[in-house]
Ligand binder design. Sequence first.
Ligand SMILES: Cc1cc2nc3c(=O)[nH]c(=O)nc-3n(C[C@H](O)[C@H](O)[C@H](O)COP(=O)(O)OP(=O)(O)OC[C@H]3O[C@@H](n4cnc5c(N)ncnc54)[C@H](O)[C@@H]3O)c2cc1C
Length: 405
Amino acid sequence: MNIVIIGCSAAGLSCLDTLCKISPQAHVTVISAERYSPYSRCLLTYYLGNMMTEQELTISTPSSYPASVRFILGQKAEKVDTRGKSVRLSNGMECEYDKLLIAVGADAVKPKYCDEEKRTFTLRYMDDAKKIAAKLKGKAVVSGGGFVGIKTAYGLLERKIKTEMVITSSYPLSMVLDESSASYIEKDLAQMGIGIITNDDIAEINLHQNDLKVCLSSGRVLESDFVVAGKGVKPQVDLARAAGIKVNEGISVDEYMETSVPDIFAAGDCCETVDLARNKVSLIGLWPVAVEQGYFAALNMSGNRSRYPGSIGMNSLKTKAFHLISAGILKGEPGLKVYEKQMFATKQFRRIAFRDDVPVGMAFYNCPEEAGLFVNLIKKAQPLLVRPQKVVNGDVSISDILKPL
Ligand SMILES: Cc1cc2nc3c(=O)[nH]c(=O)nc-3n(C[C@H](O)[C@H](O)[C@H](O)COP(=O)(O)OP(=O)(O)OC[C@H]3O[C@@H](n4cnc5c(N)ncnc54)[C@H](O)[C@@H]3O)c2cc1C
């Protein structure tokens, strides 16, 4: 059987590794637009911050796979011919398949002011990180107050770059936290030396005789040496759409990770699947979720029919000053009840969201213990048999809740 995998990151690689174990007789071709061996995208900000080397980011190399696996790096899949069952690459090569996985991920949203000529970048790929690293000096502006924006600012801080974050909302991580819990992060970022400008956005960027001026919507002008925009991601759906595969916000797949075209599967940031916390089909866009989906795609592509149950979003943000772990949903959905315990003296908080007594979201700040156990409760949609406030207060240990009664 010929299997072609387009994209070799979390989802594509997980599919490949699973196939190597369960279907070693298959011939697998992996196509990647990037010229690098598979690497951890999540760690790019650590590479930028000189906390990790390129080698440390590398997950595996083509030479570590058997001869039945062929890597084609640095080539883009340009067209999928669903009738002839082949993929055409940017170098004109055709790869025939019996089963195909589309794992092309997402790309960074590029605001209209993004222009590399004006030293304004996004950070999604290793090449982006290298371009930014080549410009590292003096002062930087990071736009966007989400996880990637904060991780980028932290990486730059580690390189002694004086960084200011410009965020549209009135506090960072506004998709996850409320104002009072976000104030913990704001204070910690400020103490580390990262400036935060809220309720503002970049309107335009002007380069005049090597001086970069970042003009904000408020009229304020920041002098900077370079800019990184972290304004979210959009799934890469053009290849699938052009092939006649059903696409909503992301590529549409069934519970076996198969698209609307038989024998073509999709996994990772490019597709939409069931978000267990929201109880609906959504884009999740996270590494461990892409890994799970790639695994289920491999099972089903090799004839081991297995239903992917869906997943929940989870994220972790660790700096020298704080460690935030979040999962599921904490706001933006009807019927949520949020319980919180803030511990000012120890700079900790626990926030837990419930819908009808079922835990659906959590954010633990500087208290990583038991966070993993709570993620499991959310995944299982297991109702709590104790009062939620007792859990956030720490009066009841989560491991006790998990014990059979
Ligand atoms: C800076 C940063 C920090 C992050 N931190 C976290 C974190 O802490 N936790 C977390 O869970 N997630 C994090 N993420 C998100 C995580 O990296 C993604 O969810 C994950 O990489 C998705 O994997 P994927 O396999 O779906 O696609 P991607 O990683 O997007 O990879 C897709 C691959 O397909 C290739 N490709 C695209 N089109 C084609 C084509 N036509 N032909 C051939 N190849 C193609 C791309 O070049 C790319 O190599 C972070 C992302 C970034 C950028």
